[in-house]
Design a protein. Structure first.
Length: 279
């Protein structure tokens, strides 16, 4: 259910979540987001992603872990293909609105996509650890959503597919960077340009899955990982994630400097806590 806000506007109502085909359950430090549209294989629309962005903006401050999964035996069949029709889906803006007759400008299309990307970008926040729990297919936008999470726990029936190039598109929902970071540019080219399905075992071999488990053990495996993550001090976890996120883009010197700065802040916080605790 929707919970209190952290001061960034109202959280999505139950009705808004339902229209976006999402369920949200927040229990203490763990938020569970489920893509819920089983009759369409959990296909997602623009509203799914703008609502996802609002979930991120309005999570209660004590939430540390976000788990994303799909209803039933599939993570997501990606974008609702109706989004590419001129009429769009359920009154939502079509992805191609105004492009045939030239009434939509290039800048408008880019702005629209930027709004959709917000639904994916927040999953990298250092104060959260985000976990994708993937059963069955994660296609296109579904794969990119899983790639936006810090950890991917896959059922052994999971299949990942970057379908966009096969549809004449590019992957544009922030998935290309994590894909290349994880598998390297050459394998990423092969996976995207063949649009083939990557099975769970191969995904683990490529580093696209942290863990692969039998499908009926997925939920328990996620619970175990969440419990282990919660056992770590939040401030240390946040500082460490921030440090790790910048490592690939830093020189060794710059990263060593970042480690010193982060550790000085941690040591100061621990020292203050120790003094406060002994009072
Ligand atoms: N958009 C809209 N409807 C969809 C989508 C989708 N992405 N995926 C499935 N559906 C619908 C089907 O049309 C079908 O509807 P119907 O019952 O009215 O005929 C229903 O969901 C069930 O789909 P099936 O294909 O029968 O389910 P199956 O389990 O056999 O296959 C699979 C699942 C593999 C996911 C298949 O549906 C599929 O390939 N879907 C399209 C995937 C796709 O191309 N996504 C876009 C990628 S690009 C991007 O995300 C940006």
């Amino acid at each position: 259910m929707a919970q209190a806000t952290n001061g960034s506007g109202p959280a999505p109502t139950e009705e808004e979540l339902s229209r976006a085909r999402l369920r949200l359950v927040v229990r203490g430090p763990v938020a569970h987001v489920t893509i819920s549209r089983p009759d369409r294989r959990n296909a997602m629309t623009g509203r799914t992603w703008t609502t996802l962005a609002r979930i991120g903006q309005t999570l209660p401050e004590d939430v540390r872990i976000v788990v994303i999964d799909g209803d039933g035996d599939i993570f997501s069949a990606g974008i609702d293909l109706g989004m590419f029709s001129p009429e769009g889906v359920d009154g939502e803006r079509s992805m191609v609105a105004g492009l045939a007759d030239g009434t939509a400008s290039d800048a408008e299309v880019r702005d629209y996509i930027a709004g959709l990307q917000e639904g994916f970008l927040w999953l990298r926040r250092p104060d959260l650890v985000t976990v994708a729990a993937v059963r069955g297919h994660a296609i296109g936008a579904g794969f990119q959503l899983a790639l936006s999470c810090d950890l991917r726990i896959l059922a052994d029936d999971a299949q990942l597919c970057m379908k966009e190039p096969a549809l004449g598109l590019v992957p544009d929902l922030t998935g290309t960077k994590p894909l290349v970071d994880i598998v390297g540019v050459n394998r990423a080219i092969e996976i995207c340009l063949t649009a083939r399905r990557v099975g769970a075992q191969e995904a683990r071999d490529l580093g696209l899955a942290e863990l692969v488990v039998p499908a009926d053990e997925l939920s328990a495996a996620v619970d175990d990982v969440v419990a282990a993550l919660l056992a770590t001090d939040r401030a240390a976890a946040t500082a460490t994630k921030a440090l790790l996120q910048q490592a690939a883009g830093n020189t060794l010197q710059r990263q060593a400097e970042a480690e010193r700065a982060a550790q000085a802040a941690r040591l100061a916080a621990l020292a203050r806590a120790s003094v406060d605790g002994s009072r």
